[in-house]
Design a protein around this ligand. Structure first.
Ligand code: NI
Length: 188
């Protein structure tokens, strides 16, 4: 198990749809273990395989909700059913979202309040989670990664402009950028 470098926006693997997982073998199990290590080291509440440069439809998540329920798992070849997103302005605080592939930045984005995740686990068993609130947001964010979509791609004016400016300022948005959790300090 190992912490792996996290790709930053501009890396092509982040911007194209990922491939279905055909078979759950030792390579996939090792990848998922590294994904959990990397997510914990970052730290983050979710991580998708393309974020560590791997073209595969897999994400992991680890989040404790307000009722102290610990949600931790791996979603392989997930499908997501979402309720229609509310038509409203993004709230600067309540809708503030971040991404390990746009490190150190946060921008508000309206998401659907409910999402039903259908996926398979590392044993190849199908499961379903009916998620609301922040867990539904995590699932939408991570599932988007598997379709080559970053949350900054979904931002509305004026947050979209602010995100583009921040990305330009960091000289991101071109291939070859990554950061190492526990080594690089990307705050501020
Ligand atoms: Ni992300």
């Amino acid at each position: 198990m190992a912490v792996r470098p996290i790709c930053i926006t501009g890396e092509p693997v982040l911007h194209s749809p990922a491939a279905e997982v055909e078979v759950i073998d030792d390579d996939v199990r090792a990848l998922v273990a590294d994904m959990f290590d990397t997510m914990e080291a970052a730290p983050g509440v979710g991580l998708a395989a393309p974020q560590i440069g791997v073209d595969a439809r897999i994400f992991v998540y680890d989040w404790t909700d307000d009722d102290a329920v610990h949600w931790r798992g791996v979603a392989i070849n997930p499908e997501l059913l979402v309720s229609p997103p509310p038509v409203e302005e993004a709230d600067e605080e309540l809708d503030s979202e971040g991404c390990l592939s746009v490190p150190g930045e946060r921008f508000p984005l309206v998401r659907s309040a409910r999402a039903v995740l259908r996926a398979i686990d590392l044993e190849g068993e199908p499961y379903e989670i009916d998620a609301v609130g922040w867990l539904a947001r995590i699932f939408q964010h991570e599932n988007d990664h598997l379709d080559g979509v970053l949350y900054v791609d979904r931002l509305e004016h004026p947050h979209r402009k602010a995100a583009q400016k921040a990305i330009r300022k960091q000289s991101w948005g071109s291939p070859g950028r990554s950061w190492m959790p526990g080594v690089d300090n990307l705050e501020g």
